[in-house]
Ligand binder design. Structure first.
Ligand code: SF4
Ligand code: SF4
Ligand code: FES
Length: 741
């Protein structure tokens, strides 16, 4: 709820003859918005604040001899402002003339044409013809700034929005200006490529066509695009996003500036760029049934009849793994239909078997105002990237304390205190804590209760909010809506063990790929091979789909409509933006078909929506798996395994978009400098991680002091080097690969 501003803190200004009341201190540019007067801006941006660089926002204020900039002038009571009149327009025309001195006449071939602020303001205030007789200053065009962005230096108007985003929002400070005056160019501080998990935002912030995304360049014109607004479903934040398509081809995704509550208007590069898979020609577009070891195409009625017959034969010896990638409605129907059949083996947790709590409804905005932020487990910067920008904001803007507990650094580009023992954590939690936010990846760790004991009783905290990062985008929704093993049902691990032992006759993998994500690949493989009937709903022929008996081709989240639940427990709308290929239907539709085939009554839409709202709000209690025991002893020469995740891992959608191949995380073994020294390893060496009965080759050595000494961080979920081939090994040895000529 918006805070009520006391009347004494309000001032009245007159803008273009209209009185407007705004809080004291409001910038003129924002006050003008209140009466729908758009003052032109370049360097100013609502989320970046004023910079006062470009002067395009000139306005006239009665009593002031010179025109003033609206972006950096706070309102004062009784102020009379003119956002447009001949004097103001003349001032803007003069400013624009400077901008256009060296700007190329690129509009017909510029990606920004049609949505460019320079083009628009030149039309509104410019003088139409140039008075310049000298030639324009040439600068490099199509400069490769990094894996995602191209820079056209001639088009840059040096508004510095990109540099300031990288400074005040991400705190990464990798962009800067080089040279002076008309020769100023945008460059990276390191001279190396611009690499960050948030690069795409600068293309949106850039008011001209200087920064463009490689995935969108020259692909369309804005007036040809059709826009839908939906929620990103690639992690459990659920950022609002615009999706632009043309002729049913998904072209780009963009942030939603008004989405203060969830995304704060930003997108991470996974959400922005991992979209090309939708049109990938490797998509499965027809149900596939395995006959005599060969895939044959079947129609939907045969596919559903086969699945229904298998369920009838299996009785309650069936199970469902997955659902955290489905929409709320789909997850609800999956649970409803299977429970109607008496099947209680339902578990959405495919990977780390995380705990999903429902004991709080703190919002993302609440996180931003926390005084103490404690992260435990794999960091939000990798599991919920845009959420991490709120952490950076809290630390940088009001000095929140950031404490990372255990093996993983928060990695948030702001100062943090590491606590790897209970004593260190106790020391870090000294003094007044104010509002505390605890963020956990839900993974039970050896010795976890002893390590984290000091953060459970916080008498010096005024309030404690908990955020649990589910392993799948809709993990919280799937959990609340019934895809979890209650009433004696089996967990994913127990289902795979039962299946391996011949005790389950049907396994449904719904948007799930345990062969890549379940911690023990050998168990997953044995289970899928031993189960008489495995049905998979998928977009691509994943490692798990290859072992199935029936593959049902289903929609991506861009092709269906419904809702998802983010990690804060908010129900968010998902809206289809492109049509799925023929013969591809939503998981939910497949479940409706199976219900019809088995004669199971389904709730009506209104009843289902009501049930979803209630269940998400008040999910039943659920006892998590027991915590793992004590930490393993480390034999001499071996290293403890720390499992890490990056935003660019995963085998389904990410592996099926070659445009972003450069973004995929390469297999690596990351070591503390002391561990590397002890083992005689240097960056770039290639090693195998060797466990008792398995090995993972082809890992490039990376040195990082944030990894604990005596440990090696290995990335989970890389299709080219699946960590789960090592099973649940807690320790490995690293063997250097032999270099051959
Ligand atoms: S590249 Fe774009 S955002 Fe960056 S300074 Fe130039 S015009 Fe501004
Ligand atoms: S933070 Fe998550 S929801 Fe937001 S854009 Fe990135 S992947 Fe999508
Ligand atoms: S927008 Fe006001 S000075 Fe740039």
């Amino acid at each position: 709820m918006a805070a009520t501003v006391p009347q004494t803190d309000m001032v009245t200004v007159t803008i273009d003859g209209i009185d407007v009341q705004v809080p004291k201190g409001t910038l003129l540019v924002e006050a003008a918005k209140a009466i729908h007067r758009d003052v032109p801006v370049y360097c100013y941006h609502e989320k970046l604040g004023p910079a006062g660089l470009c002067r395009i926002c000139l306005v006239e204020i009665d009593g002031m001899p010179k025109l003033q900039i609206a972006c950096n002038t706070p309102v004062a009571d009784g102020m009379k402002v003119h956002t447009t009149n001949p004097r103001v327009d003349d001032g803007r025309r003069a400013i624009l003339e400077f901008f256009l001195l060296n700007h190329p006449l690129d509009c017909p071939i510029c990606d920004k044409g049609g949505e460019c602020d320079l083009q628009d303001y030149a039309m509104a205030y410019g003088q139409g013809a140039s008075r310049m007789v000298e030639g324009k200053l040439p600068k490099p065009k199509a400069v490769d700034l990094g894996p995602t962005i191209v820079l056209d230096e001639e088009r840059c108007i040096v508004c510095l929005r990109c540099v300031r985003f990288d400074d005040v929002i991400t705190r990464e400070q990798s962009l800067r200006t080089d040279d002076r005056g008309a020769h100023t160019i945008i460059a990276t501080a390191s001279g190396k490529p611009y690499v960050s998990d948030f690069t795409g935002n600068v293309t949106e912030l850039c008011p001209v066509g200087a920064l463009t995304s490689k995935t969108y360049r020259f692909r369309s014109r804005p007036w040809d695009n059709h826009r839908t607004t939906t929620s990103c479903t690639q992690c459990a934040v659920g950022c609002r996003m615009h999706v632009d398509e043309r002729a049913n081809t998904l072209l780009r995704t963009m942030g939603v500036q008004e989405d203060d509550a969830v995304s704060d208007s930003w997108l991470c590069d996974r959400g922005r760029y991992n979209v090309g898979f939708v049109a990938d020609e490797r998509r499965i577009t027809q149900p596939l049934l395995k006959r005599d070891g060969e895939w044959v195409q079947v129609d939907w009625s045969d596919a559903i009849a086969t699945w229904a017959a298998a369920l009838k034969r299996a009785g309650t010896k069936a199970g469902v793994i997955g659902g955290g990638r489905l929409l709320n409605e789909e997850a609800y129907l999956v649970a409803h239909v299977h429970r109607a059949l008496g099947i209680e083996n339902l578990d959405h947790r495919v990977g780390a078997q995380t705990v999903v709590h429902h004991d709080g409804f703190a919002s993302f905005v609440d996180l931003e105002s926390a005084n103490t932020i404690i992260t435990l487990g794999r960091p939000p910067s990798q599991l919920a990237p845009v959420l991490d920008l709120r952490i950076r904001k809290a630390v940088a803007r009001h000095g929140a304390r950031l404490i990372s507990v255990g093996d993983h650094a928060a990695n948030s580009f702001v100062p943090e205190t590491r606590a790897t023992t209970a004593d260190e954590l106790r020391a870090a939690l000294g003094g007044e804590l104010g509002r505390v936010a605890q963020i956990w990846d839900g993974v039970m760790i050896p010795d976890g209760p002893a390590l984290t004991a000091p953060m459970h009783d916080l008498p010096n905290a005024s309030r404690v909010d908990r955020y649990i990062l589910p392993e799948d985008p809709n993990g919280r929704g799937a959990d609340a809506l019934g895809l979890r093993p209650v009433n004696g049902g089996l967990t994913t691990r127990a289902m795979l063990e039962a299946a391996r032992d011949g005790k389950l006759h049907v396994l449904a993998l719904l948007g799930a790929n345990p062969m890549l994500r379940f911690p023990n690949r050998a168990l997953a493989e044995a289970a899928l091979r031993a189960t008489p009937f495995v049905v998979v709903t998928e977009l691509f022929m994943t490692e798990s789909a290859q072992l199935a008996d029936l593959i049902l081709p289903v929609c991506s989240a861009f092709e269906k409509t419904g809702t998802t639940t983010n990690l804060a427990g908010e129900i968010l709308a998902v809206t289809a933006s492109v049509r799925a290929p023929n013969e591809v239907i939503a998981d939910g539709d497949a479940i409706v078909l199976i219900a019809e085939a088995l004669g199971i009554a389904l709730p009506g839409v209104a009843a289902m929506e009501h049930a979803i709202r209630e269940l998400v709000r008040t999910p039943p209690a659920f006892a998590p798996d027991a915590a793992p025991g004590a930490a393993a002893t480390i034999p001499s020469g071996a290293l403890r395994v720390v499992r890490e995740t990056t935003i660019f891992t995963g085998g389904g959608t990410l592996a099926h978009d070659d445009r972003i191949a450069q973004l995929r995380t390469a297999p690596r073994a990351t070591l503390h400098p002391d561990s590397a020294r002890a083992l005689g390893l240097v960056p770039g060496d290639v090693v195998s991680a060797v466990a008792e009965d398995a090995s993972l080759p082809g890992l490039a050595v990376v040195i990082d002091p944030r990894v604990p000494a005596g440990a090696v961080a290995l990335v989970d979920g890389i299709a080219a080097a699946p960590l789960n081939t090592l099973g649940t090994a807690a320790v490995v040895k690293l063997e250097k690969a032999l270099v051959t000529a």
